[in-house]
Design a protein around this ligand. Sequence first.
Ligand code: ADP
Ligand code: UDP
Length: 238
Amino acid sequence: MMERKEALYEGKAKIIYATNHPDEYLVYYKDDATAGNGAKRGTIADKGVMNNKMTAFFFDLLAKEGIAHHYISMPSDREMIVKKLTIIPLEVIIRNVAAGSLAQRLGLEEGVPMPFPVIEYCYKNDDLGDPMLNRYHIRAMKIATDAELDEIERMSLKINDVLTKFLKTKKVDLIDFKLEFGKDAQGNIILADEISPDNCRFWDSDTKEKLDKDRFRRDLGNVEDAYKEMLHRLTGEA
Ligand code: ADP
Ligand code: UDP
């Protein structure tokens, strides 16, 4: 039996617990929502349940396409058992369409397609405000080796491919998203964290309606409904 032990880390959206299994953590998904590196705070009713289920769904989908990920099992609606990893402190952002900070930075209108997927890195460091990094910074800071980064990019582009194609069948455009990777005891690169409307931009393919956390970030209303709609489109769950 899996036992939940002490909390090791409480983040903005999840709590990581030790378990009686030395190689596994329990992730508890909260309803807390933040934006702008914690500047805006709130809760989204049942977000934890919905994000847990959507993440499990996406990880199952990616496993079928050969992507190694940390998800092991879902003991309850808000809890996920995962492989314990050493997280590489990078936010890997993949962009298919200009939106958010990219649109601002480059003076592009939101919704302009990129000619190919654009990968960006940010240093996972709240005190520094998650600054953007390039490959030279990552090498100089010894955050990852070039070989590890090559593997992260290969996996990220494959994940983008799988998710984009699948979501198209659900009438959802994958605009951009953020991934995190970790290393297991053998040094293998493994997909970690979550894949949900908290860290992806999902737009309805026809209406371009936002079905993600931008509804919270930008006070667009119907935040819970957007998460519910995404869960419904993915799993059929009402
Ligand atoms: P944040 O730290 O940004 O506030 P969360 O509230 O989502 O984010 O906290 C979850 C934390 O757990 C993140 O720091 C994430 O990097 C980390 N994490 C995710 N998956 C794993 C894993 N398999 N092993 C160890 N840590 C993980
Ligand atoms: N993102 C994330 N965590 C972050 C920053 C970004 O999950 O700390 C995701 C975000 O949901 C979006 C993509 O990464 O899908 C690109 O975000 P962007 O850089 O445009 O940031 P924002 O507009 O949120 O400042």
